[in-house]
Structures are given as structure tokens and as C-alpha cells.
Design a binder for this molecule. Structure first.
Ligand code: FMN
Length: 211
């Protein structure tokens, strides 16, 4: 095994360091975050930092980069009643999804520039991605500053839209059937194999795969 220390990481060239550290969490979820400014200007950005924070009530987090430069997603969430959407990325639209990370001006909507369709549903003020197989409407509940300038945005889930064939009888989601991508690092997009499932693990009982 190669041993890499914190001092090594600090000394690495910037892009090398970014690539390495962004790969450390492993495979990550691929979400497009949809928002709208108060004047209606829409915004879309790929985020790989979505995480589950609790199910009752349903809570998800996303991590936003430091606001030392304008961050349209963050600004829109703050200015539009805390509303934003997470939209899973279909494997058929990887280039378009990655393109949303480009530094577009704030008068350009990544929906149009990158080839996605904005849809509004059930009076929620943030736009969903029509092409996404699973979309979530969230409202910002808490914001936690992290020592390095990033922030954890904690949002409660208000709406979920999913293709019904992907919702299994036990509530689990068949994300493979939905044709979704996962992310590694800052520019790797993956198709995913169907899972091996084990159910609830108990001490003294090696889990067995459910057939
Ligand atoms: C694969 C990938 C994952 C990303 N994940 C995040 C993320 O979790 N949080 C974040 O703030 N930016 C993330 N970004 C960067 C944003 O997509 C990028 O800064 C985008 O321009 C933000 O747009 P905005 O200014 O419209 O909010 C990611 C970029 C890529 C390519």
C-alpha cells in the first residue's frame, strides 16, 4: 500500500490534490440541484455531496462550496423561501449534467444552456428536471458552517416524484432500473450494477443475500 500523509496531500499540486481528495469518499450520488431566483431566473448545478440525515422527518443534506465567489445555487436557496430540488442524473444525459458545473453567468439558465427542461410541480417554487427519473423538493431547515468555508445545508423533504416501477413493495428504490449514474471524483460518471441485498443485520448472524 502506498502511504499518503496529510503533509503529502498539502504539498501536492492543486489539481492532483483536488482529484485525489474528491475520490476519497468512494462512489457518490449524482444530483442536479434546481433553484430559481426571486425574478424567476432558473439555475441548475451538479452536486455529488447529497447525503441522508434522517428519515422521520425525512432530511437530506448537501454541501456547498465556499461563497467567496458567487454561488447561484446557494443564493437562490436563501432568496427563494429555502426551496430547492434534487434530481437524480439519468445515464443518458451525463455530458449535459457535467456541463452544468461550468461557470455560467447568472443571467444564463443551465437548464437551457445544458439541455434540460425545467418543470414546476404542485406549487413548489423551485424547478424540477423533467428528464430526471427521481426528483425531490426540499426546504432549507438549517445551515451549518464548516471550518473550511463550506456549508452543510440541511433540508426537509417536502415532495418526491419517482417512476412507480422503481418503488419496490418494501419501500426500497430500484435506482438501477431508473438508469441512474453515480459519481467518482470530480468528473467520473458510472453506471451501477444491481445490488446484493441482505436485509437487517443482527449480531451473531452473518447476513445472507436475499434471493
Ligand atoms: C462531479 C461534480 C460534483 C460537484 N459537487 C458539488 C457539490 O457537492 N457542492 C458544490 O457546491 N459544488 C459541486 N460541484 C460544483 C458545481 O457543480 C459548480 O460549482 C457549479 O458551477 C455551481 O453552480 P452555481 O454557481 O450555479 O451554484 C460539483 C461539480 C462536479 C463536476
Amino acid at each position: 500500500m502506498r502511504h499518503i500523509t496529510a503533509a503529502d496531500i498539502t504539498a501536492f499540486e492543486k489539481v492532483y490534490r483536488l482529484n485525489l481528495v474528491n475520490g476519497l469518499p468512494g462512489f457518490k450520488p449524482a444530483n442536479l440541484v434546481g433553484t430559481a431566483a426571486p425574478d424567476g431566473q432558473t439555475n441548475l448545478a451538479i452536486f455529488s455531496s447529497a447525503l441522508h440525515l434522517g428519515s422521520d422527518p425525512p432530511v437530506l443534506g448537501i454541501v456547498t462550496r465556499p461563497t467567496t465567489v458567487p454561488r447561484h445555487t446557494y443564493q437562490n436557496i436563501k432568496q427563494n423561501g429555502g426551496c430547492y430540488t434534487l434530481n437524480h442524473v439519468p445515464l443518458t444525459m451525463l455530458a449535459q449534467a457535467h456541463y452544468t458545473s461550468a461557470n455560467f453567468d447568472d443571467d444564463v439558465s443551465e437548464f437551457e444552456a445544458c439541455g434540460f427542461t425545467a418543470v414546476y410541480r404542485d406549487d413548489f417554487p423551485a424547478p424540477y428536471v423533467a428528464e430526471s427519473p427521481l426528483s425531490i423538493g426540499l426546504r432549507l431547515r438549517e445551515e451549518h458552517a464548516i471550518f473550511n468555508g463550506t456549508a452543510l445545508l440541511v433540508g426537509t423533504v417536502e415532495h418526491v416524484y419517482v417512476r412507480p416501477e422503481a418503488l419496490r413493495p418494501d419501500g426500497t428504490l430500484d435506482l438501477v432500473a431508473l438508469g441512474e449514474a453515480a459519481i467518482t471524483g470530480l468528473d467520473g460518471y458510472h453506471a451501477v450494477e444491481p445490488p446484493v441485498r441482505f436485509g437487517y443485520a443482527r449480531p451473531g448472524q452473518m447476513p445472507e443475500a436475499i434471493r
